[in-house]
Design a protein around this ligand. Structure first.
Ligand code: AHG
Ligand code: MN
Ligand code: MN
Length: 335
């Protein structure tokens, strides 16, 4: 029987082969994976662990926080503070950046995360996840400021997510394709279960929150109308629809069997570019999807080329199977 490859072994061997994972980055990824393991255990305990329900507080974006949003945020911070691999962290659940305390050595990386994605699914036992993005701290000045985080997604050095579903799966890129690792609970380690993940260029499956249809822009409405028209419509084929309301779970399905995920700008809050956050939701997912042969845009531009102007900036998101993302992007740009 083929030997199991643990995340540690994968990272060590990857580092040996092409030097793409420096030691500090390897430590960072192992620490994030360890934190995800703890979050997975807490998620798994559910009501028995007393982790369900609201924390009765709000984050900087005005969203009510769940207990598990806060627990996951704390787990990630505590795990990452002391290793010497990070200079600072930023999270959906914290207003501003979190510096590594001065009692610990400072590293060269910046870590951004959505500690618990899909919060509305926590209490109903549906898949949720953690999303993370890693940047290099600019080395032209001492200390860290929020401005240091404002780098385009194309500058990420690692990105991934962990989905807490029927099984717990960690999905990772360091710019050399996408690999998936499944948590072996008996061994307590992540085991490589898929390498070189590829998203088919065509699909018959789309994901969007249809209840917002009346608020959409014309290009989004046209794209979805054409999918709904099925075989008899301009697309000449029937489409299926899925919407889990956990981006992690929707993207995981797309990486597994293709599809397109859309969270467009809409008229409910016209001053916001979209619901999802650029730096710790859209950028890491966009990079994973591109690394698997898919595409990701905001309807007009490649997400990874967008220059962030603030930490919690929002963005419209179209990502997944290349030909579908290109089509809906062309409907926006008129190309
Ligand atoms: P979060 O739980 O981190 O705030 O993110 C939830 C996001 C995303 O995961 C999902 O795709 C989307 O919100 C669902 O939004 P709707 O409830 O508007 O469908
Ligand atoms: Mn989220
Ligand atoms: Mn979240």
């Amino acid at each position: 029987m083929a030997q199991k490859v643990s995340l540690t072994r994968y990272l060590v061997e990857q580092q040996r082969v092409d030097g793409s994972i420096p030691a500090q980055l390897r430590l960072l990824l192992e620490v994030v994976a360890r934190a995800c393991k703890s979050i997975s255990m807490a998620v798994n305990k559910g009501a028995l662990g007393g982790v369900l329900g609201s924390a009765e507080s709000e984050n900087v974006q005005g969203e009510v926080q769940k207990k598990l949003d806060i627990i996951s945020n704390e787990v990630l911070i505590e795990a990452n503070e002391w290793g010497g691999h990070l200079a600072a962290m930023a999270s959906e659940e914290m207003d501003s950046i979190h510096l590594v305390p001065s009692r610990y050595p400072q590293g060269e990386y910046l870590l951004l995360f959505d500690p618990l994605d899909g919060s509305s699914n926590i209490d109903v036992n549906v898949s949720i996840g953690t999303i993370f993005s890693v940047l290099k701290k600019p080395d032209d000045h001492p200390g860290v400021q929020e401005a240091d985080f404002l780098q385009a997604g194309a500058k990420q050095v690692a990105a991934g997510y962990c989905v807490y579903g029927p099984s717990t799966t960690l999905v990772l890129t360091v710019g050399d394709g996408v690999a998936m690792f499944t948590l072996d609970r008996e061994q307590g380690s992540f085991v490589l279960t898929q390498e070189n993940v590829q998203i088919p260029a065509d699909t018959k499956e789309f994901a969007i929150n249809m209840s917002n249809m009346r608020h959409w822009d014309a290009p989004v409405k046209r794209y979805v109308d054409e999918c709904l028209a099925g075989k008899e419509g301009p697309r000449g084929k029937d489409f299926n629809m899925r919407w889990i309301a956990s981006m992690v779970a929707d993207v995981h399905r797309i990486l597994t069997r293709g599809g397109i995920f859309m969270y467009p700008w809409d008229k409910r809050e016209p001053e916001k570019a979209g619901k999802l956050r650029l730096m710790y939701e859209a950028n890491p997912m966009a990079w994973l999807v591109e690394q698997a042969g898919g595409a990701a845009t905001n309807g007009r531009q490649r997400i990874l080329d967008l220059q962030p102007t603030k930490l919690h900036e929002r963005v419209a998101v179209f990502l997944g199977s290349k030909n579908e993302v290109e089509r809906v992007t062309e409907y926006h740009t008129g190309a």
